[in-house]
Design a protein around this ligand. Structure first.
Ligand SMILES: NC(=O)c1ccc[n+]([C@@H]2O[C@H](COP(=O)([O-])OP(=O)(O)OC[C@H]3O[C@@H](n4cnc5c(N)ncnc54)[C@H](O)[C@@H]3O)[C@@H](O)[C@H]2O)c1
Length: 292
């Protein structure tokens, strides 16, 4: 029996890259998968139904169960339709994997308002919209007395958690997704919903187009060498987080190749304290001791 037998999962951005690998693994582990993708260009332009349909065809060809969705995760009504697609097709929803994303890299001084809005919308609002509609369904189930054992897996990035030049729009959205994950885990636990996030690193059109990374992510010429950048390496962790009995919640994990690492959430470290208000000059002199 597969690790996800009987689980109904929505995976956003599952027509290509990392999301496609999640969909294929989930289906091979017995999940019924809603393969969501607008089929857009890397910068979010245009749309094409083909990528989602192709992944569904691939899953069905191997005897798995899947259905396509072309809803845009930024769209409020689209998010509601996406959840309804799972309920109409399979009668329930257990897992939401938020993975859809776009990239518009520019240094801050060259970033346009549109570059900022588009990237923050797809990542941060796109995570919120789907979570909001799925969470409303799970809360209603929990209030009706059903034993909900649901899981949300979000997609953050080291670009936000550690910072990366040229990605202030993307990084800010990805750090926001980590914060959204921690808060949602605290709020939704009472309804039986666990919420975690991953920060992956893999070869996709995103990394293949990133200056400095493109040379690193190449597939090894020798088939016997472990392909550490293969996007399929990311999916086992997501499958584990989606399992009914996984205990993890409120966690953010880095994963690449055969490595899984736990991130520490933002935490306070060194302290300057006294029992009176600081004088500006004195505080200016003391402040650097915090990171010395
Ligand atoms: N590749 C990496 O190393 C890496 C690193 C850190 C984070 N990530 C994150 O992993 C996720 C997957 O990225 P990828 O590298 O596989 O990129 P990708 O471009 O191959 O796949 C992203 C998919 O999302 C879809 N999509 C975009 N906007 C959408 C929308 N509004 N609604 C529905 N679908 C939409 C695209 O059509 C595309 O098929 C993204 O969230 C990305 O930010 C990737």
């Amino acid at each position: 029996m597969g690790a996800l037998e009987g689980r109904v999962a929505i995976i956003t951005g599952a027509g290509r890259g990392i999301g496609r690998e999640h969909a294929l693994l989930f289906a091979s582990e017995g999940a019924k998968v809603v393969v969501n993708d607008v089929g857009g260009a890397l910068d979010g332009a245009a749309s094409d139904a083909t990528p989602a349909e192709e992944v569904v065809a691939e899953i069905r060809a191997t005897g798995g169960e899947a259905i396509a969705s072309h809803d845009n995760v930024v769209d409020w009504e689209g998010g509601a339709r996406l959840v309804q697609t799972a309920l109409d097709a399979y009668g329930d929803l257990h897992v939401l994997v938020n993975n859809a994303g776009i990239l518009r890299d520019r240094v801050l001084v060259n970033l346009s308002e549109d570059d900022w809005d588009a990237v923050v919308a797809v990542h941060l609002k796109g995570h919120f919209v789907t979570m909001r509609h799925a969470a409303a369904y799970w809360r209603a189930r929990a209030k009706a007395g059903d034993a909900v054992r649901a899981s949300i897996i979000n997609t953050s990035s080291t670009s936000g958690l550690l910072g990366n030049i040229g990605q202030s729009n993307y990084g800010a959205a990805k750090a926001g997704i980590a914060a959204l994950t921690v808060i949602a885990a605290e709020e939704l636990g009472r309804y039986g919903v666990r919420v975690n996030a991953i920060a992956p690193a893999a070869r996709t059109r995103m990394t293949e187009s990133t200056p400095g990374l493109a040379d690193e992510v190449v597939k090894p010429a020798d088939a016997a060498t472990f392909d550490a950048w293969d996007p399929a390496n990311i999916s086992p962790l997501v499958a584990v987080l989606a399992m009914e009995d996984c205990p993890a919640t409120g966690r953010v994990f880095f994963t690449m190749g055969g490595t899984v690492r736990l991130f520490q959430n933002w935490t306070m470290t060194t302290t300057l304290a006294r029992e009176e208000r600081w004088d500006v000059g004195e505080l200016a002199a003391q402040l650097p001791t915090l990171w010395a």
